[in-house]
Design a protein around this ligand. Structure first.
Ligand code: NAD
Length: 242
């Protein structure tokens, strides 16, 4: 049994579909159209999500954290609550039940800030966002994804000792409803003007295939890693940093 958050749309829906095609049973978690309907932007919702999954499966073969919102949503704190706390609290809440592996969907945006400069590292994100003006959504998104990647890396010893692997994937622009909403927002021109070396958007199925690989037995020695799946953007922008 594999739990997938954000299973109702985009990358999460592609992951759930690929896993079911491969013969796995999937517990989808989402706001709606899922086995467990819960709002990961609140502490109560996160507790309900964890409880709902454990009610259906006291032991899990895998966990995939896809639920997220983009930089365009009106309340930037919502971005941090869903993308960061909605990932990390579910990760920690389901860790005792996990027997296999977990993958969190971070983003290429995770590398746009250093952890030492990330207000989430000091718990000052609300104050920092109050001063951020028109870039608040963009900043909150980068901070939330940087914090998810750091949280995964910080868990590598404890999870490895328990025999549970944990990795992140960092997509660039992937053609989903989240990207379409970004294209329709004030960030649209910036998204359109950037072209990755592979000059197209990724597909949810391409990201799902990487996630399914990372969950599976052929990835048995991959732990604590972040995989860019971005058409070459990371190498283009940071050729000497890896
Ligand atoms: P999507 O909008 O298609 O899917 C996101 C899912 O998360 C939706 O089903 C939505 O209902 C769910 N969700 C949102 N808020 C929630 C909440 N409060 N509680 C429970 N579920 C909630 O978007 P997507 O592009 O498939 O995004 C999946 C993940 O990939 C996100 O974490 C996103 O940040 C990340 N990502 C996407 C892109 C991209 O270009 N599409 C790029 C990098 C990273």
């Amino acid at each position: 049994m594999i739990a997938v958050t954000g299973a109702a749309s985009g990358i999460g829906a592609a992951v759930a579909s690929a896993l079911r095609t491969a013969g796995h049973r999937v517990i989808g978690v989402d706001l709606r159209d899922a086995e467990v309907c819960a709002d990961l932007s609140t502490s109560d919702g996160r507790r309900a999500a964890i409880g709902g999954v454990l009610d259906r499966a006291p032991e899990l073969d895998g966990l995939v954290l896809c639920a997220g919102v983009g930089p365009h949503v009106p309340d930037p704190m919502q971005i941090i609550e869903v993308n960061y706390r909605g990932a990390v609290e579910v990760l920690d809440g389901l860790f005792p039940a996990l027997r296999g592996a977990a993958v969190a969907v971070s983003s290429s945006a995770s590398t746009m800030v250093r952890w030492a400069d990330n207000p989430i590292s000091r718990g000052t994100e609300a104050a920092a966002l109050a001063d951020a003006g028109e870039f608040a959504g963009h900043l909150a998104y980068s901070w939330s994804k940087n914090a998810v990647t750091v949280a995964v890396r910080q868990r590598v010893a404890e999870w490895g000792a328990a025999g549970v692997r944990l990795n992140t994937v960092a997509p660039g622009a992937v053609d989903t409803p989240l990207l379409q909403a970004g294209l329709a927002s004030r960030y649209g021109d910036a998204i359109r003007s950037y072209q990755p070396p592979i000059a197209r958007h990724g597909t949810p199925e391409e990201v799902a295939a990487l996630i399914v690989y990372l969950l599976g037995p052929h990835a048995g020695y991959i732990h604590g890693a972040q995989f860019a799946i971005d058409g070459g953007s990371d190498a283009l922008m940071r050729p000497t940093e890896f």
